[in-house]
Design a protein around this ligand. Sequence first.
Ligand SMILES: CC(C)(COP(=O)(O)OP(=O)(O)OC[C@H]1O[C@@H](n2cnc3c(N)ncnc32)[C@H](O)[C@@H]1OP(=O)(O)O)[C@@H](O)C(=O)NCCC(=O)NCCS
Length: 232
Amino acid sequence: MTARAQPRIVIESLDDHRNPSFRAALRLYNRIFPAKEKIDHRYFVELLQEKRLGLLFPFNVHFLVARSGGRVVGLATGSYLAVVNMGFVGYLAAAPKTKGSRIGVRLRSRLVEEMRRDARAAARPDLDAVMGEVEGDNPWLRHLVSRRGALALDIDYRQPSLRAGEPTVPLVLYLEPIAAPIRSLSTRRVRAILYAIQRRVYRLRFPLREPTFRRVLRSLENRRRVGVRRLA
Ligand SMILES: CC(C)(COP(=O)(O)OP(=O)(O)OC[C@H]1O[C@@H](n2cnc3c(N)ncnc32)[C@H](O)[C@@H]1OP(=O)(O)O)[C@@H](O)C(=O)NCCC(=O)NCCS
């Protein structure tokens, strides 16, 4: 008896929101993420329009889809933050039916490859690090810290609100070194990173108007360096 061949998984980077895979990816996004974690679809449409018009350089954004047998079975989004030469992982999702086939893992590593390419295009030798926001008790965070030398930054990090009137969300900001190991960061660099996330990922016009952002900057005032926090 011959085993039925698994359809091949193809990862594609989208640069046009009119691509049918984009609509299919949004349907998957809607199914996977709870309402409080979702951002308005227009956010992705705007980003792809800016990308297609070449307006982002030396910054960049990525919207990756994984297709299998003509169906979209995964998506990953992220931004390259040229000012700090780091990538930021936004959303990552795999269709529940594909569990165990490591589609999420493959999407994430392709996202990192895209960001390394962005770094070289911006005349850097390599990408310094990849960042992301996770719950403090997420096992994936432990995996990153113990197996990949990631730093769970010792700051009072909050994800900006995704919709007007919603509260900010306390999360851990991790930083996974790519080009070379990193043990700690200067406070100045952490400030630049936080500001770049507010401006470029969350697209806030005036981050300093946000009380929670001002609070985290104040908490950095008397520190020279930022290291790792102890995980719960
Ligand atoms: C996270 C997710 C994309 C992983 O998909 P996957 O790779 O296809 O999952 P698999 O079951 O095949 O493999 C598990 C692998 O995913 C890794 N993983 C678990 N959580 C992860 C995360 N948040 N980000 C990246 N990888 C993750 C595991 O470490 C494991 O890899 P390892 O064996 O190298 O340790 C998937 O579980 C999912 O869609 N979850 C719901 C959405 C979500 O929570 N996304 C992450 C935050 S945006």
